[in-house]
Design a binder for this molecule. Structure first.
Ligand SMILES: [Zn+2]
Length: 341
């Protein structure tokens, strides 16, 4: 992408807008513009990543591709508000950069003899504004698609249906880009047409490739969990656990709950220290880790989310709770992995 872009600036754009430059100067500006463009895209993605972190998500990596970038996160935004914040800050950063480049040109360069520098700055300004605008088109996987999803999620309370709508909107936008791009390519402007056409194709590919994974991972956990949940009362003795529970449930960690409320979890490892003679009077409650947010998910949460949590929370399972905080089910890692495939 870098050499191609440097060539577009050095071989096409500058010769027609700022004629009379030497070959060396042209390519130096070409290279500098290309690097500044990549830096602009990085700023956009870093903005997403930084806000995602403050919202508690883990950012796994950032990929730059021909049409921009992608910050990959594990897990889903916890609320519509956090999804909105993470999505909108990227175009916001691009918009700010665009204004900055245009201001640099109009305040320091415009009207001076630095014609090429001014052209480069103005070009970068416009590209950043275009980047901000395009990313706000309301369809997944564009940032605007996340904004749309956040809005629908907030309105209906259903993150899965909101995602389905945002993906549908993304598909319509991609098809429109392909059609309009082809038309523009044939009848008006080749470069713009080709760009819109291939952007549409890339969006369709991203949607197509993620369709299956989404359809599986996007099932609400409530549809695949075990109910009632597998839990222990805090008053359960070690003796009862070993003789009555373990034969049916071969797991090394157990969720602890009373009256439908999740209290924490207990692991067999911790109980191993208890002397056999004391099994009948020792309760699991006295060896329990108190509840924290890694061991439960909401019933509208996705299978993919629950699986990510079960994999990383150290107990290989999650409790599923309803809106009132009462346990309605549980799911362990291996059954979620079967569902996620
Ligand atoms: Zn973005």
């Amino acid at each position: 992408m870098l050499p191609l872009y440097a060539w577009a600036i050095a071989g096409v754009y500058l010769p027609s807008h700022a004629p009379g430059l030497s070959v060396v100067t042209l390519w130096a500006y070409g290279a500098a513009t290309a690097l500044l463009l990549v830096a602009s895209v990085l700023v956009h993605e870093f903005a997403h990543a930084i806000v995602a972190r403050t919202e508690g998500l883990v950012v796994e990596d950032i990929t730059l591709h021909f049409f921009g970038g992608l910050a990959r996160m594990s897990g889903e935004p916890p609320t519509p508000r956090s999804e909105f914040r993470i999505a909108v800050v990227g175009p916001g950063a691009s918009f700010a950069l665009g204004v900055l480049f245009l201001l640099l040109d109009s305040v320091f360069v415009y009207g001076t003899t630095l014609v090429a520098e001014g052209r480069v700055l103005r070009h970068l300004g416009i590209v950043n504004l275009v980047l901000a605008t395009f990313n706000l088109l309301p369809g997944y996987p564009l940032d605007g698609g996340h904004v749309l999803r956040a809005f629908l999620w907030r309105k209906t309370g259903d993150p899965l249906r909101a995602m389905r709508t945002a993906r549908g909107a993304g598909r319509s936008i991609a098809i429109a880009l392909v059609a309009v791009g082809a038309y523009v390519f044939l009848f008006t402007d080749r470069m713009t047409g080709l760009w819109a056409f291939s952007f549409g194709v890339v969006l369709l590919l991203i949607l197509g490739l993620s369709d299956n994974a989404w359809a599986h991972g996007a099932q609400a956990i409530a549809r695949v969990m075990r109910r009632p949940a597998v839990t222990l009362e805090p008053s359960t003795t070690v003796h009862a656990l070993v003789h009555d529970v373990l034969p049916d449930h071969r797991q090394t960690e157990f969720l602890v709950a009373a009256g439908g409320r999740l209290l924490g979890f207990v692991s067999l490892d911790a109980l191993r220290a208890v002397d056999r003679d004391l099994w009948k009077e020792t309760t699991v409650g006295s060896f329990m880790h108190p509840v924290d947010e890694t061991i439960f998910v909401g019933q509208l949460d996705t299978v993919a989310n629950a699986l990510a949590q079960a994999r990383s929370n150290g107990i290989g399972q999650v409790a599923v709770i309803d809106r009132d905080g009462l346990i309605v089910g549980s799911a362990d890692r291996s059954s979620l992995e079967r569902r996620d495939r």
